[in-house]
Design a protein around this ligand. Structure first.
Ligand SMILES: [Fe+2]
Ligand SMILES: [Fe+2]
Length: 148
């Protein structure tokens, strides 16, 4: 069943002030919310929906990571390698979860989406935040705006 408590509400606390990054983060939140909206409790419907959207979702996540990594590289962010590794670990976990979902193991559309949500929210709030602050402190936001 649709559980509206699960939906993410964008808040300015998640915003970093770099237009492109904020737009991409908002789109990620939207994608997660759209997935929650398709939790119906009907396995066939849910799998159908999942198969239709999951590749695009993964593609969008990768586009976002590429954008961020470019910004971190050109602004000589010290945590670049570690941050990139976090992204890679997440993609790996997403792909494993997709396989599990497709082969009917353990997870449902609802738990899959919750996993995306939890990672994305905590990554923006904790890990991305570190580079937001670095850029702000070093007045590098204007460089970040040019990337993408
Ligand atoms: Fe991000
Ligand atoms: Fe990130």
């Amino acid at each position: 069943m649709i559980n509206n408590n699960e939906l993410i509400t964008w808040s300015n606390q998640l915003s970093c002030g770099i237009t492109l990054i904020d737009e991409q983060h908002k789109r990620l939140v939207e994608l997660v919310n759209e997935m929650f909206d398709h939790v119906t409790g009907n396995d066939v419907q849910e799998h159908d929906y999942f198969n239709r959207v999951i590749q695009e979702t993964v593609k969008y996540i990768k586009i976002h990571f590429t954008t961020e990594e470019k910004i971190l590289l050109v602004t000589e962010y010290r945590g670049y390698i570690e941050h990139k590794k976090e992204h890679e670990r997440f993609i790996k976990a997403v792909l494993e979860n997709i396989r599990d979902y497709e082969t009917g193991r353990r997870i449902t559309l609802s738990t899959f989406t919750r996993f995306l949500k939890d990672w994305i929210l905590s990554h923006i709030a904790l890990v991305d935040r570190q580079y937001f602050e670095y850029l702000r402190k070093n007045k590098l936001n204007y460089i970040a705006e040019k990337v993408g």
